[in-house]
Design a binder for this molecule. Sequence first.
Ligand code: HEM
Length: 208
Amino acid sequence: MSLSGLFLMVFLVVHLTVNCFLFAGADAFNTAANFMVTNPIIKVVEPILALGFIIHIAWSIVITIQNMRARPVGYNKLNQGKNSTFASRNMFVLGGLVLSFLAIHIANFYVKIKFTHEVGEAIVDGVAMHDTYTLVTNLFTVWWYVIIYVIGAIFLGFHLSHGFWSAFQTIGFSNDIWRKRLNNIGRAYAVIVAGGFALIPVYFHFVQ
Ligand code: HEM
């Protein structure tokens, strides 16, 4: 669970970095997106990414069922907010909500680029490539897609705020000193990643 989670967290940083090229304009983003689809290393990483998602989701279901079976009669819950965070208590639900967002997101871009070919062509420095920039920015002219992407980013942020620390704790990296540090780094990571993913649709809806 933790290793697949860490792998997905690295993917999110790479994905957000590529997405930041949107702010640099059509040619810059299309070139970055084209580099990602044509690079042989990325071609190898893509099935591993899919496997990472599958392992992460399947394992979350297994451990949630194990947790429920281990304690059929629930704990008497008192002052939960004082002992644990909202995210830590709701990781499975938050993960499910991120997955629902992901299904919409994959239909918006990945399916249109890879399968239905609903993407135009751009020529940058004489090289023909997908016009992914127009595909993305057109989507964010629709206000309710902006809301879906912002809400998706918020769910992701909560999921990561606990997941980051928890992943390091599971692999044995946390101790009395590092627990607090990892918590803070995890929160910062979650805010930057969720904030970045939320900013893009809002920016392209209002500024472009
Ligand atoms: C502003 C928000 C986002 C934008 C503009 C965006 C853009 C894109 C685009 C254009 C693609 C297709 C890439 C291609 O095949 O050429 C893609 C794929 C993908 N995105 Fe996003 N994305 C965003 C947020 C997210 C978030 C929050 C997640 C994860 C929770 C995510 C996960 C994925 C995955 C798994 C793929 C398919 C694998 C890949 O092509 O790399 N994306 N995204």
